[in-house]
Design a protein around this ligand. Structure first.
Ligand SMILES: O=C1C[C@@H](O)[C@H](O)[C@@H](O)C1=O
Ligand SMILES: [Co+2]
Length: 299
């Protein structure tokens, strides 16, 4: 086991953002995929602007790129499981066609990530009954994902009912490890709790997908002081790529290797592409990762 078991990808979010489709709208799929090749990554995740599976597969094959997975906003609590299942099956069918590994799920009922609300103080909290229904629903979605040769990986996310370490703990305790796995996102847990290693160390056995997202500490403190929304926070530069912020990625990377983690590590940093040149930042990340992988104590 070791570094050869890890696939390195970069998310389309630096070029175009599903939370704000208007930014970077000029960036085409060919442009994105070719930048990913230039930056030396092995794959990416599906963005909201991606085409039907057959067209995407051709573009990927031409560049020898792979798909790790795609985000799915579940509304189990708002719409009920039956409704959510229908949408999730379509999601999984597409991912199976493009030979993805994971279906990324985040419950978006009551989420404020897309609203003009203070992302640091106004997150929603689920009731005990909602927790029970959500965990049962996620187990069911995880079974469906398995039918499509996918793993359901839950994305803890700022501004949602599952954001903090404690909420991830509760999720992990109340879901079936055969069906519900964890996506570990460094940026989200750093902004939420500060301690970005505790979550990984506690739930490493459930981690099946990783987002390496860095944070600009000075901007984070400014966003907290002003009380910015999630969208305003990332547009002001709160997130960045590894190597450009305050997180020491040697710690999570070394721990993942020591724990025999196998799978994708996807670089992800939502920024305004007109401010942060996507390819420039992809290359910053690549350079940092290459240095990280060459470190003596990580071999
Ligand atoms: O993985 C992610 C997908 C995005 O849509 C989300 O908003 C971002 O914060 C993230 O971490
Ligand atoms: Co993420």
């Amino acid at each position: 086991m070791g570094q050869q078991e890890i696939l390195w990808g970069i998310a389309p979010i630096g070029w175009r953002n599903d939370d704000m489709p208007e930014i970077g709208a000029e960036n085409t799929l060919s442009h994105l995929l070719s930048d990913i090749v230039v930056a030396g990554f092995q794959g990416t995740e599906v963005g909201g602007f991606f085409p039907e599976a057959s067209i995407l597969k051709k573009e990927l094959q031409l560049r020898n790129l792979r798909i790790a997975g795609q985000w799915f906003s579940s509304f189990i609590l708002r719409d009920g499981l039956e409704e959510t299942e229908k949408a999730f099956r379509q999601h999984c069918a597409y991912l199976q066609q493009v030979e993805a590994t994971v279906a990324v799920v985040s419950e978006q009922t009551y989420s404020i990530q897309g609203l003009d609300q203070n992302i640091f103080t106004e997150k929603p909290n689920f009731s005990d009954l909602e927790w029970k229904n959500l965990c049962q629903g996620l187990n069911r979605l995880g079974m469906i994902a398995k039918d499509y040769n996918l793993m359901l990986v839950y994305h803890h996310h700022l501004g949602t009912g599952i954001q903090t370490s404690e909420e991830v703990d509760r999720l992990m305790v109340n879901t079936d490890p055969s069906f519900v796995h964890l996506l570990y996102d460094t940026g989200h847990i750093y902004v939420s709790d500060g301690d970005y290693m505790g979550l990984l160390e506690k739930h490493i056995d459930r981690v099946r997908h990783v987002h390496f997202k860095d944070v600009r500490e000075v901007v984070l403190q400014e966003c907290k002081k002003i009380g910015r929304s999630f969208l305003a926070s990332f547009l002001s530069g709160m997130f960045t790529v590894p190597g450009d912020g305050c997180i020491d990625f040697a710690k999570p990377y070394k721990f993942l290797l020591e724990s025999d983690y196998k799978g994708w590590i996807v670089i992800e940093a939502e920024q305004d592409p007109s401010v942060a040149h996507p390819l420039e930042y992809a290359l910053i990340a690549r350079k940092y990762i290459d240095r990280l992988c060459r470190q003596e104590d990580i071999q």
